[in-house]
Design a protein around this ligand. Structure first.
Ligand SMILES: *Cc1c(COP(=O)(O)O)cnc(C)c1O
Length: 390
């Protein structure tokens, strides 16, 4: 199958990359559970030598993510952090990387605790404010890593504007597209150079594997990344590659439902006296609403909110029964977390306070259960949290 025969992403999710097995007609790509390959004679092999360097199941996934993100190249890693780490090793001592002000905690941590040891600097910047962002583009800045919507305050950055300003100065734009996936947002089309994913989340969709993906179009950058992938070895295994291809097939129908439910829940929360504030770029009064509408095909399934005074957040979280307390997001089940103590605990408290990640803030990954059950669970937990505070 080629992209040309499929105009719409819902079809490419199912038939993109390598469509089934040409040898047997199996409708699924086989799991090539092998470390090595028989060579025909000295100096002559079938195209595969060793599975760190190349594996047909992983390759099928890599071609799929490239197609879905409208890129020319794809790479699969053992986790989102392995993918982010591979991208960061493109840089060298003295280089500076700008990151959005509420990126994933692990992205901050790897820069602050590991890459800083190698002389790679970083600075947290409000990428959603173009004037502030452009003011930070000093000659040592070599890359900007954007999350949009950013985690957990759902801050929207104008990817096209950031990419354009960066490109003028030879700066690489990297977008962490985990929250929306290529079904809703394609950063390469907006001018970004590299798009990456924690495929653990929506792409996989069932909270049953950990994986990372990268897509890009630039041939030189891709060659450097393939070298890094093979040299450092953080690859995704064949079985997990298969599971991820399987998950991606239903991404479209899942996200349609996630999004329908998220909008319903955001609206429900906003109209509830127990909730002080809702962060969701799909709400017309959200500061990111217009940019989100322009650059993406929806606002996704993630939202955050703060309880109003008189409602006790600990009792609230502990009273939920359908909604699971846990890290991660993007699975079929609704998950709630307190970013300040969980996903973003690795960010120092003063920085958390500055960007607005307080104890009151709760992040909800709205699942694909019936939205009425989700709202009912929130309602009974709000009632208990009110009684606990009284
Ligand atoms: C989870 C996550 C990561 C890290 O990915 P892992 O698969 O957990 O290693 C990176 N970025 C975002 C936005 C995430 O949500």
């Amino acid at each position: 199958m080629t992209v040309g025969r499929m105009q719409y992403i819902s079809s490419r999710l199912i038939h993109g990359g390598v469509d089934g097995d040409s040898r047997t007609g199996a409708v699924n790509v086989p799991i090539y559970q092998t470390s090595t390959y028989k060579q025909l004679r000295l100096g002559q092999h079938s195209g595969y030598e060793y599975s760190r360097t190349g594996n047909p199941t992983r390759e099928a996934l890599e071609r799929l993510i490239a197609e879905l993100e409208h890129g020319r190249h794809g790479l699969a890693f053992a986790s989102g952090m392995a993918a982010i780490t591979a991208v960061l090793t493109l840089f060298k001592s003295g280089d500076k990387i700008l990151i959005s002000s509420n990126v994933y905690g692990g992205t901050y941590r790897v820069l602050d605790k590991i890459f800083s040891n190698f002389g790679i600097n970083y600075e947290i910047v409000e990428t959603e404010n173009q004037q502030i962002f452009e003011g930070k583009l000093t000659p040592d800045v070599k890359a900007v890593l954007v999350e949009s919507p950013a985690n957990p305050l759902m801050t929207v950055t104008d990817i096209e504007k950031v990419s354009r300003a960066a490109r003028r100065r030879g700066i690489i734009t990297i977008v962490d597209n985990t929250f929306l996936s290529p079904y809703l947002q394609r950063p390469l089309d907006l001018g970004a150079d590299i798009v990456l994913h924690s495929a653990t989340k929506y792409l996989s969709g069932h909270s049953d594997l950990v994986a990372g993906l990268i897509a890009l179009s630039d041939d030189d950058l891709a060659e450097r990344l393939y070298f890094i992938q093979n040299a450092t070895g953080g690859i995704l295994q064949p079985f997990d590659s298969f599971l991820l291809i399987r998950g991606i097939k239903t991404l479209g129908v899942r996200l349609d439902r996630h999004q329908e439910n998220a909008l319903f829940v955001a609206d429900w929360l906003q109209n509830n006296a127990g909730v002080a504030r809702v962060y969701y770029p799909g709400l017309p009064d959200d500061p990111g609403y217009e940019v989100q509408r322009r650059q993406a095909d929806g606002a996704g399934g993630m939202l955050s909110f703060e309880l109003a005074g008189g409602f006790e957040h600990e009792a609230f979280v502990n009273s939920l029964s359908l909604i699971t307390l846990g890290e991660s997001l993007g699975g079929v089940e609704s998950l709630i977390c307190q970013p300040s103590s969980m996903t973003h605990a690795s960010i120092p408290e003063d920085i958390r306070r500055r960007v607005g990640i307080t104890e009151k803030l709760l992040r909800l990954s709205v699942g694909i259960e019936d939205k009425r059950d989700i709202a009912a669970d929130l309602e009974q937990a709000l009632e208990r949290s009110k009684r606990a505070a009284a």
